[in-house]
Design a protein. Sequence first.
Length: 334
Amino acid sequence: MNTASLESTLRESFGLESFRKGQREIIESVLQNQDVLAVLPTGGGKSLCYQLPAVVKNELVVVISPLIALMKDQVVGLRRRGLRAGCLYSGQSLDEKREIFASMNEGGAYVLYLSPERTQKEGFHQWLRGRKIALFAVDEAHCVSQWGHDFRPEYAQLKVLKQLRPEVPVLALTASATPLVLADISRVLGLQKPSRHVHGFYRPNLYYQVEFCADEETKFQMLTQAIRQTPSGRILVYCGTRKLTEEVARELSREHEDVGYYHAGMNTAERTEAQIDYEEGRTRILVATNAFGMGIDHPDVRLVVHFNMPGNIDSLYQEMGRAGRDGQPSTCVM
């Protein structure tokens, strides 16, 4: 496909005027049916690299994604643009699943999001063998590697995709990966001579601030001050435990009406409600553990606060990366 055609699809289907750094090269490699290993900064537009090929090829793209919140967020965004997409996850009704399969069976461009666990089911393997598929995309691909910051055992079994359908290209995407992790991703997924696209992490619109706090009281005062200095846009506050997440949300609610919280200890309905409230603006300040945020793409997060230090630098980078995705000045405080 020539450059003008890609630009026109970008405008017509996604409402974007130009590609971000690295996107075009990654998409061109995918369209040439190559396996691709890509590192783009958080907020660098990784999802476009598999969504646009679905439209260009007018076929099914299967995306492996680690979090239900991430999958739902992406599906909502695509459907708003009039593009067909769906996700399969535990907790869905049979009717919801049937509706997704019926839509896919109509043919044409479709982006299907799945958890890594679902790819291991025998029923899925049978279904996969008989489908016309343009691409497998593995999002947050560092989860494949035991050296990555968010290793998940189910990700290590994703080489089944290449075993079942060796002719379908695989796109492995991550925002943060050392050379050791990149080599591991390529090996574990069984990538064949992958085209590598590694781009830098620097984002000039983000202001990074690290503060030493003598005690919890000082820490909370700094948090409330940072929130007061952020009168518009969304705010994310990351805490290290579920208990602390709820405590901080409760304290902030004394001064602010639009505070919510999110952690893995909540049931599916509670997490869904918290996410929708944040998406639709009823919640402006969301206090969360690291269960929330991977791949979440809200353009106007103006402040990300780490109330506790994350376990490693990769996690810090991933979570700070929620800020300022629209390119406007935003603040990250630890």
